[in-house]
Every structure is written in C-alpha cells, then in structure tokens.
Design a protein. Structure first.
Length: 190
C-alpha cells in the first residue's frame, strides 16, 4: 500500500512465475476495497485478466465494460458509465498471457486509456522477462520487481506458526535449498 500510495496508484508489478505478483495484487485489492468502504468517492478496484483482451483486441474502455458485464454480471450500460466516469480502478493481471504478437498493441491500448482518462490509477502485473523483451513500455509511475521468498523466509514463517504447520515444517526441512551450478540447478530431497 505504501508504494501504491507513493506512486499515486500507478504501479507495474514484475516478477518471475510464482514470485507472488497475483497474490500481491489480491492483497492490494483487499486494502483498496476496504478504503472504498470508508470513502465512497474512491474508484472501485476490479481485477481484470488481460489474457481475455487478446480475443477481442478492443479499445481498453470497451473491453473493461464488456468484462464487467461478462465476468461480474454488471449490466453493460452501468459498466460503460462506470468506465466513462472513472469509477473503476483497473487492476490488470497477466500482461504476459496476452499473445506476444499483440502485446505491444495491448500496451498501446492501456497507455491510450490512461491518457484519455487523465492518467488514472492503474496496476498491471507481468512476468519480468516478458516485459523486458518488449519495445513498448507502460506509462506508469513505478515498476517493482517481486522477489521470490528465500528458503530462510519460508522456514521462519513456518516456525512462527509451528502448531498449525508442523507437518509442513517437517516436509520443508527435508528439502535442501537448490545449489546452482554452471549448467543447471539441482535440488535434493532426503
């Protein structure tokens, strides 16, 4: 939330598969929903999966309204009004799942939408390598790279909750951290 607030809600979440981008997006959504409960003037945070954009390649405002209608059963006219009035805070997940050939067009569509809507807050998630391979860039205030948890962080968490996670801790302690070699990664389980 601190980083979201510092960037006025303009945030790109990058990370490798399994690093926790979507989990962070869900946690952010919960915090933003809580804020909306206390302040009805704030836009409603809604998660949209960009993989669905690939099928239609429509302007982002049109696609967002259609997604609100299809996925969240919001009547289309209401969805269109919410989008037009900036009452929705788009949280866009899985840019990396947009087909590689059309990903630049998707980024252009996102940037155009933000420009047309006064650079409203928006969060986008993408795998680091997929985003780095693009020549187009999103116009957002900040990008952060989500790092995977270390073996020690996981062990510390399990230790703090040892009663509930005793079986998990036993299994986790039997796994040795991966050792990197010049050719491959190797992990071993006792």
């Amino acid at each position: 939330m601190e980083i979201y607030d510092e960037t006025d809600g303009e945030l790109l979440l990058l990370g490798e598969p399994g690093a926790g981008k979507t989990t962070l997006l869900l946690e952010l959504t919960q915090e933003l929903v809580e804020r909306c409960r206390h302040n009805e003037t704030l836009p409603m945070p809604v998660i949209f999966h960009l993989s669905g954009w690939t099928e239609k390649k429509a302007p982002l405002a049109v696609w967002l309204a259609e997604e609100l209608n299809l996925k969240y059963q919001v009547p289309l006219q209401i969805a269109q009004k919410w989008i037009a009035d900036d009452q929705i805070l788009p949280l866009l997940d899985s840019l990396d799942e947009v087909g590689q050939a059309v990903r630049p067009a998707c980024i252009e569509g996102i940037n155009a939408y933000r420009k047309e809507h006064g650079f409203i807050p928006m969060v986008v998630c993408c795998r680091t390598s997929d985003y780095d391979s693009l020549s187009e860039r999103l116009v957002l205030g900040m990008a952060i790279v989500v790092q995977p948890l270390t073996f020690q962080q996981i062990d510390d968490y399990i230790s703090k909750n040892s009663k509930d996670l005793a079986t998990m801790r036993t299994a986790f302690r039997q796994i040795r951290p991966c050792k990197k070699s010049s050719r491959r990664h190797s992990c071993s389980i006792f």
